[in-house]
Design a protein around this ligand. Structure first.
Ligand code: TLP
Length: 348
């Protein structure tokens, strides 16, 4: 890449192997179901997460929205974390396009809604109230340090959802980060949910795309929802080819990204101008803040880092940052960020 970019793993470029696979991909019209490479990706993705079928979508946002549209209808309610990506960062899609009402609940330090609070939020059968239809989980949990949520927690929410006949969807944009961090198979994290979206274009480095997986019947409905959203693509095998490389070659190496995030957090802990909770760093995200005596704002620090070291850092409020590691960040880049930050803070 032409810069050291910690703003997100979404900025990652495709690998050389992906570019080669894309150039030689076999294609067809995927709206007719005739693109062999898309079909191969969907089958591979479904197998990876232990589901019957998959649906290639253009983004995580589209995958989550297609899932909500397939699970719930107008006036239905979806229970989700108040700092979840679907609630905060997907432009209110479920309400805007699906007429589905979000019911946000608080989450704890690592992004868990309390199972009892989920149960309390489920409404009774009465014409006055919205129908509770769906619970949404996220793993890893971006709103809380990208923390990987364990299977036991997912099972406890699934038990509540089952008891009341609600569907369960997981925004697994970084599902494989959550699995690698816990040294378990991704299917262990998805076995309790009815549907899951995971992204190919974040830590897995593909240029575009996510896959929504679930039962064959659910995917049949989601395919229609994708069409409504304008997401039916044609010779999409060009893109799916990179996704196949992502699933075959890029999952295990996420451990390197996690090690680099840890290295960064440990370095930040040594910098007097920065405050970080190293224990929260389990995947590829490091959230940290400026110490109280630093006169600069996070925006000013990020600007200076870019100008002086060609290091790009995402801000998180007036005093905070989010640094995300990925394939194009190595240990030396982490050191460049740390020394660049040390110089910027020394001049403040
Ligand atoms: N997240 C992006 C930004 O939108 C914040 C990022 O840089 O982290 N779920 C989760 C947990 C996500 O973090 C994201 C993207 C999505 C869904 C949406 O994926 P895309 O960007 O493919 O629509």
């Amino acid at each position: 890449m032409d810069r050291i970019d910690f703003r997100s793993d979404t900025v990652s470029w495709p690998t050389p192997a992906m570019r080669e696979a894309m150039a030689s991909a076999r294609v067809g019209d995927d709206v007719y179901g005739e693109d062999p490479t898309v079909n191969e990706l969907e089958a591979l993705a479904a197998a990876r997460v232990g589901k019957e079928a998959g649906l290639f979508v253009s983004s995580g946002t589209m995958g989550n929205l297609a899932a909500v549209l397939a699970h719930a209808g107008r006036g239905d309610e979806a229970i989700l974390g108040e700092d979840s990506h679907v609630f905060c960062w997907e432009a209110g899609g479920m309400a805007a396009l699906g007429g589905v009402m979000p019911h946000p609940l608080p989450t704890d330090a690592i992004g868990r809604m309390a199972p009892g609070a989920v149960e309390d939020a489920i409404r009774w059968d009465d014409p006055h109230v919205a129908r509770s239809r769906l619970v949404l989980l996220e793993n890893s949990y971006g709103g809380k340090h990208g923390y990987p949520l364990p299977p036991e927690y997912l099972a406890s929410i699934a038990a509540v959802a089952r008891r009341y006949g609600l569907a369960l969807h997981m925004d697994g944009a970084r599902l494989f980060n959550a699995a690698v961090a816990q040294n378990i198979d991704a299917a262990e994290l998805t076995r309790h949910v009815d549907s899951v979206t995971f992204c190919l274009s974040k830590g897995l480095c593909a240029p575009v795309g996510s896959v929504l997986c679930g039962s064959a019947d659910f995917i049949h409905h989601a395919r229609r929802a994708r069409k409504i959203l304008g997401g039916g693509m044609r010779q999409a095998g060009i893109l799916a080819a990179a996704g196949i490389v992502a699933l075959n070659e890029m999952i295990e190496r996420l451990a390197d990204d996690h090690a680099h995030a840890r290295l960064l957090a440990e370095g930040l802990a040594q910098l007097p101008g920065a405050r970080v909770n190293v224990d929260m760093v389990r995947t590829n995200m490091v959230f940290f803040e400026l110490a109280d005596d630093v006169a600069l704002s996070s925006e000013q620090v990020a600007d200076r880092l870019r100008e002086t070291a060609n290091v790009w850092l995402g801000t998180n409020g007036p005093r905070g940052f989010r640094a995300v590691t990925h394939y194009w960040i190595d240990a030396n880049d982490v050191r460049v960020l740390l020394s660049g930050l040390e110089s910027v803070l020394a001049q403040s």
